[in-house]
Design a protein. Structure first.
Length: 102
């Protein structure tokens, strides 16, 4: 029997690891076989990929430094002018470009 994650659950799983670096899979990429459903296996595979990306030193745990570094890297994607802050325009622009790319 094929188990499907509702999109809300998959979104929650992805949000839990959203601190992964920019190379991390997007929610759309979770559907590895393209059948418009995210199976348990697909979600687990994506989580493993995300965990490996966060655990940069490969010790099997994500420490505070790895987590903070990943979050800062993620936030820097939004900071278009590089001033260390994200204003409403930068946030809106970034999100629009992500949806436009899909």
């Amino acid at each position: 029997m094929k188990h499907h994650f509702p999109i809300l659950i998959a979104s929650s799983l992805f949000a839990a690891v959203a601190a992964a670096p920019a190379s991390a899979q997007s929610l759309l990429d979770l559907d590895a076989n393209g059948d418009k459903a995210i199976t348990t296996a697909e979600a687990q595979s994506a989580l493993e990929t995300q965990f490996k990306a966060l655990d940069r030193n490969g010790d099997g745990v994500i420490d505070n430094n790895e987590y903070i570094d990943a979050r800062l890297q993620q936030l820097s994607q939004f900071d278009a002018n590089g001033d260390g802050t994200i204003d409403r325009t930068e946030l809106t622009s970034h999100m629009r470009s992500r949806f436009r790319d899909r």
